[in-house]
Unconditional design. Structure first.
Length: 161
């Protein structure tokens, strides 16, 4: 699926819709690989996912610390469908884990940080920038997103399952 975002508000909506359509994994963390050049919108997308999860504070790229872990509080959400309103309880994810593998050169470097433990927790949503740098550490089944800079305001986002 290809989506064109013409501004940050559209990217915010894309992040919300993306999150609403994710399904909780059964036994392992859900890993999403965020591909794209510098400035293509990967970190902005993560910021909006965090915002949609109710995470407060300044969400920055963990380029130098490699990973940041954000607990997600249990929350309720009011939804509307065909004019009817209902309250939906959302208990997943329990943690948003943002990894920036830009400075890493191989998967072993990620494993040293306890990545296996992160993967084995089905409560985790892992968003990883530059996943191509650590492919050997990633599970075979990951959701892939490609971000492309089109112009100052426009980004092309492809979601590949």
């Amino acid at each position: 699926m290809e989506i064109i975002s013409k501004n940050t508000e559209e990217t915010r909506d894309i992040a919300k819709n993306f999150l609403q359509n994710l399904e909780q994994p059964n036994k392992k963390a859900l890993v999403v690989g965020l591909h794209g050049n510098l400035g293509s919108g990967k970190t902005t997308f993560v910021q909006f996912v965090a915002e949609a999860l109710g995470i407060k504070g300044n969400i920055t790229s963990p380029t130098f610390v490699i990973e940041k872990i954000y607990p997600v509080k249990f929350r309720q959400r009011r939804t509307r469908f065909n004019g009817a309103s209902k309250i939906e309880n959302r208990e997943w994810p329990k943690k948003l884990i943002h990894i920036d593998a830009y400075r890493l050169q191989k998967g072993e470097e990620l494993r040293v940080l306890g990545f296996e433990e992160i993967l084995n927790d089905s409560g985790n949503l892992v968003l990883i920038e530059w996943p191509e740098n650590v492919l050997s550490a990633l599970p075979k089944e990951i959701l892939k997103m490609e971000f492309e800079f089109v112009d100052e305001n426009t980004r092309r986002i492809q979601i590949i399952k």
